[in-house]
Design a protein around this ligand. Sequence first.
Ligand code: AP5
Ligand code: MG
Length: 191
Amino acid sequence: MQNVVLFGPPGAGKGTQSALIIEKFHLIHLSTGDLLRSEIAAQSPLGIQAKSLMDAGILVPDAVVIGMIASRLEAHPEAQGFIFDGFPRTIAQAEALDELLAGYHSKISRMISLVVPEQELKQRLMLRGKALGRSDDNEETILKRIHEYQEKTLPVAGYYKASDKYFEISGVGTVEEIFGRISQLLETPTI
Ligand code: AP5
Ligand code: MG
């Protein structure tokens, strides 16, 4: 079973690359951002609670996203592996994920971190805001999301470095070039 954490700041290309990875490697895509946006669209109590935080670019509480991931893992007993996109974003989430996977006699194989300069992140997200109108793709919220990433999420890289699971690649270039770099890593067996 290959369980991959795709890591990187807002706009790094996690969602874009996940779409290609699931097709080639037959993994199930779990994006907490996408799951939360579905809850908002369904106007569920969870969605209503999350919306104001997401619109402000602030992380939603750990318990909320951990609960969502737990139920998605349970829903896919047939999975050959998962790609986690936008999760874990705090050390508490990383610890909870390890515990959840241990319950299935499984674990994280690798974290792949996409490195993109801040100026490019802002440009990509402003462009997407204009094209798709995602409510958190405006200048103020983009800055807040990058700040949250630096404060709360970057330490998660250290968590995976400590167990030699951390791999960094450049997230700059064409989508195909970046996918080539990811594929090369995923085709290398883990120890
Ligand atoms: P989430 O939905 O995860 O958003 P994010 O991390 O801010 O990241 P994005 O989805 O904006 O970027 P991405 O890396 O997926 O890039 P993409 O492929 O789209 O989270 C949203 C909110 O939900 C959070 O702020 C928080 O409130 C909450 N949340 C979610 N998970 C949480 C958690 N675990 N804990 C707590 N709260 C949580 O690409 C971006 C753009 O760039 C696209 O337009 C794309 O077409 C373009 N692009 C992609 N690749 C390239 C390339 N190579 N060259 C040029 N353009 C490119
Ligand atoms: Mg995304």
